[in-house]
Design a protein around this ligand. Structure first.
Ligand code: NAD
Ligand code: ZN
Length: 355
């Protein structure tokens, strides 16, 4: 059997290169060769925060654009040589959860998230895509392989945060955490018509990017209580929506204190540590404040990739400012992932293109 190499979680706190058999496509599947790959903060939670539990020799990564090298006999819309975008979340589309609108939970909680969770991910010479017709999109001419990789996870996750927050024209939205996901939540909120957007973050590179994506106000959590800072800027008034894309469990408390009766707190952060989330009773309207709290994994799937591609193609969104660190060999993935873990000041997102 032909072999390939990939960057894997060997055990808790340990990554390394492994050699595995090249996967084979089942009847509805595809095998792809990455063109551009990017590590995600979720890989960091998984390896170094032990957030998903034990994983041994599991190839990491779930963001990629790629070239198809094999398709199963029942795949209709893709052939060998096609360039494609693959979403991080690849649901089982026949599942009742998918039919109910929760594809990310197809056949069980978070089970649409397969790459780097329940099966080998994209940090390899080849990777397997289940249900290729439902989980891949053609990469349109005019979108670079690097930008396309940002459609796998960063854009749909940030936008999912704005969608779940039900951002409306004129809304005041607070985005807590302005790494790449939070930045796409800022961009998504602006595209949905937000009036005023607070970006909460400390790193200059991210703050500048937040401004670029339409944040009207920047708050630094290192300058003191963000609830006080934002409430002061709002002249004592609450905000409409809060999107959580960084920080720890304390951000739920902050969000409930900030949001109006009937407002929405939308979490897209992967909560890697801690057991319980505290909700402040009084600010939650003694349990009667109609403040909704929702947390969501992004839905994945082909339609998402096709529609988001249009946003890039027609100039509604430019993801290139996210890509601060560029590499061009598969081997560089290790350094790129460690960058994502260590978060140097000038980093938003690293990309490894091997096209
Ligand atoms: P990131 O670490 O680059 O960005 C988060 C930022 O929040 C960091 O810059 C950090 O310094 C900052 N921060 C820390 N404490 C803070 C605080 N108290 N207030 C405000 N900001 C604070 O991460 P990212 O790559 O942008 O990802 C954000 C989260 O989204 C991660 O937890 C990631 O695992 C998760 N994620 C979720 C999904 C999903 O489908 N829901 C998909 C991808 C990533
Ligand atoms: Zn991710």
């Amino acid at each position: 059997m032909a072999k390939m190499k990939g960057l894997a979680m060997l055990d808790f706190d340990t990554i390394g290169w492994v050699e595995k058999e090249i996967p084979k496509a089942g009847p509805t599947d595809a095998i792809c060769k990455p063109l551009a790959i990017s590590p995600c903060t979720s890989d960091v939670h998984t390896v170094w925060e032990k957030a998903l539990g034990a994983r041994h020799d599991l190839i990491l990564g779930h963001e990629a654009s790629a070239e198809v090298v094999e398709v199963g006999a029942l795949v209709k819309d893709f052939k060998v040589g096609d360039k494609v975008i693959i979403p991080a979340i690849t649901p089982d589309w026949e599942a009742v959860e998918s039919q109910a609108g929760y594809s990310q939970h197809s056949k069980g909680m978070l089970n649409g998230w397969k790459f780097s969770n329940t099966k080998d991910g994209t940090f390899a010479e080849y990777f397997h895509v289940n249900q290729a017709d439902g989980n891949m999109a053609h990469l349109p001419d005019g979108i670079s392989v690097e930008d396309a990789a940002m459609l796998s996870d960063m854009v749909p996750t940030g936008f999912h945060g704005a969608n779940n927050a039900e951002v409306e024209y004129g809304d005041t939205v607070v985005v807590i955490g302005i790494g790449p996901v939070g930045l796409m939540a800022v961009a998504g909120s602006v595209l949905r018509g937000a009036g005023r957007v607070f970006g909460v973050g400390s790193r200059t590179t991210c703050r500048e990017a937040a401004k670029y994506y339409g944040a009207t106000d920047l708050i630094n959590y290192r300058d003191g209580d963000i609830v006080e800072q934002i409430t002061e800027a709002m002249n004592g008034k609450p905000v409409d929506k809060v999107i959580l894309a960084g920080g720890g469990l304390e951000t739920f408390d902050q969000a409930v204190r900030l949001v109006k009766p009937g407002g929405i707190v939308s979490n897209i952060n992967y909560l890697g540590t801690g057991d319980y989330i505290k909700i402040p009773r009084v600010e939650w309207g003694l349990g009667m404040g109609h403040i909704r709290i929702i947390g969501g994994l992004m839905p994945g799937g082909r339609k998402n990739m096709e529609y988001l591609s249009r946003m890039l193609l027609h100039g509604r969104l430019d993801v290139s400012p996210l890509l601060t660190h560029k590499y061009n060999r598969l081997e560089d993935l290790e350094e790129a992932l460690l960058l994502m873990k260590d978060k140097p000041k000038d980093l938003i997102k690293p990309i490894v293109s091997i096209a």
